[in-house]
Design a protein around this ligand. Structure first.
Ligand code: 4AD
Ligand code: MG
Length: 479
């Protein structure tokens, strides 16, 4: 039986023989009787195993160390202890896998997150990481559920792509050339015609352009897959390989796009509040403890659980880029030169310090900024009547900053071609994208949600490397 099941049905099934498998978290006790805390990953809670020396062989007892893997058969009974309602009185213990007590890295004490990152192959066994990854699973499930309930078709867009027009950052090249002997053309440049795909290919930075093709036939689609960016940004919010959710909806304008994103985010957070209570309570406590070590001004004003509940119960603040710039320009922080990047006026790109100011100081809630200057956004965003701004939207979250980026798409062929020309994007590579504007084009919109940023928000983890099983960052692709 799984420990989650055992602990959920509790008293109803006591005095029953069961078999339970798991890893030893801890052991304590005396020569005659000792106690094992066993965990199997189904829940954060451990099951207490009681071993009496009269029933378990001494040789076996010696091998039961922290980290070892056991199969325990015994009697499930009501516990006399105050910490647990049930326990298992062991009748037989099989050591499935020993763990050398001196060498096992995860001792029963608090380890730093950095240390656990270096031991990412074992960190699934800790309370923090097992909670994070159960929540990551719940969020994945909630996302698919949300779109399915709302009539979307899931679309697997390609990971290898020949389109590099998104402008979302440097791309990783895909080739099967022998790197020591790359065929060159007459001009001395790489001759891709002899490469596997007969053209230059890369790992995708976004599934959006292909998702748009799907939406203009299937109506409502979403893609949820890995995306890759070779930017050398070594921050706590960037990965070189991350997962993105990108819905694309025909006949939807920017407002409907924002409504969809807000509804989806709230659905996912609510799903975790309902289904990951113990994990969230643990992470809530963990964050409180962690922050209690910090100086007062660095602590969050609210706890993790308060934050999650606040977000699902309140409307996101919506305002235009122009309004946001005005607020920032006149803010004390800007006047007193407290921003690293001063705001001077319309046209400035918003840095994460500005985004966090708006969310955490000015509005104290998630903020949606719309209608950015066309110069700082991608070519496919719909041009506004003012011809200066585009129908873009970014959603900014407390503690995270940008979590969603999206827009209404430019569906008018002539204007799209003009924008591509202005941004030096060769039409030849995107003939298929332009075709959709030639044949039955229509108003449509979509967005991209950075999945790890959502996991960060829900778990309260402050480094993106701690919410993906095996992070890929500059100079790091271990495991
Ligand atoms: O804002 P971005 O670059 O938007 C796009 O790629 C659009 N094609 C999306 C669309 O409209 N379909 O990325 C979307 C989101 C960001 O808001 C952020 O949450 C996340 O992806 N993101 C990253 N997450 C982790 N590591 C990185 N390097 C990220 N870059 C973007
Ligand atoms: Mg963005």
């Amino acid at each position: 039986m799984k420990i989650k099941k055992i602990l959920s049905i509790q008293k109803k099934i006591t005095d029953k023989n069961i078999i339970v498998n798991g890893w030893v978290k801890n052991r304590r006790g005396s020569k005659n009787v000792f106690f094992i805390s066993l965990n199997d990953g189904s829940t954060i809670e451990n099951l207490q195993i009681v071993c009496e020396s009269k029933s378990i062989n001494e040789e076996v007892i010696k091998q039961i160390t922290t980290g070892s893997c056991l199969s325990v058969s015994g009697l499930l009974k009501t516990s006399d202890g105050s910490k647990q309602t049930v326990e298992v009185l062991a009748e037989k213990i099989l050591i499935l896998g020993k763990a050398d007590a001196d060498k096992y890295p995860l001792q029963p004490k608090k380890h730093s997150l950095e240390f656990l990152r270096e031991n990412a192959h074992l960190r699934f066994r800790t309370n923090t990481f097992s909670s994070v990854f159960r929540i990551r699973h719940s969020l994945t499930f909630a996302i698919h559920n949300f779109f399915n309930l709302n009539g979307f078709t899931s679309l697997h867009t390609p990971i290898i792509t020949s389109a590099d027009a998104e402008g979302a950052g440097e791309m990783f090249k895909v080739t099967n050339y022998d790197l020591n002997n790359i065929p060159l053309g007459e001009n001395g440049e790489v001759d891709y015609s002899k490469d596997f795909f007969g053209q230059k290919t890369s790992l995708t930075v976004s599934g959006q352009l292909e998702a748009e093709l799907g939406a203009l036939g299937l109506g409502k689609v979403y893609t949820f897959g890995p995306t890759f960016r070779a930017e050398n940004s070594n921050t706590s919010r960037h990965l070189a390989e991350f997962w993105m959710i990108e819905p694309e909806v025909a006949f939807a304008d920017l407002k409907e796009n924002i409504d969809l994103a807000e509804k989806m985010l709230k659905y996912c957070i609510n799903y975790c509040l309902d289904n990951n209570k113990l994990d969230l309570e643990y992470l809530n406590m963990r964050l409180k403890n962690e922050e209690s070590q910090l100086k007062k001004e660095l602590r969050s004003e609210s706890s993790l659980l308060e934050r999650l509940k606040f977000v699902v119960n309140n409307e996101f603040k919506r305002l235009s880029y122009t309004e946001a710039i005005k607020i920032l320009l006149h803010s004390k922080a800007n006047k007193k030169k407290r921003f690293r990047f001063q705001i001077s006026g319309f046209g400035d790109d918003l840095q994460s310090e500005h985004e966090r100011y708006l969310v955490e100081k000015e509005f104290k809630r998630p903020v949606v900024i719309t209608d950015y200057p066309k110069e700082i956004k991608a070519f496919y965003m719909r041009l506004n009547e003012d011809e200066k701004t585009v129908r873009a939207m970014d959603i900014l979250f407390p503690e995270i900053g940008e979590i969603v980026g999206g827009s209404q798409r430019e569906e008018r062929l002539k204007i799209l071609q003009k924008r591509m020309k202005e941004m030096n994007i060769d039409e030849k590579h995107l003939w298929w994208y332009l075709d959709t504007r030639k044949f039955g084009s229509c108003e449509h919109s979509g967005f991209g949600l950075g999945f790890e940023r959502l996991v960060m928000f829900v778990t309260g983890m402050k480094n993106i490397r701690d919410v993906i099983p095996f992070p890929r960052t500059p100079k790091n692709a271990e495991f």
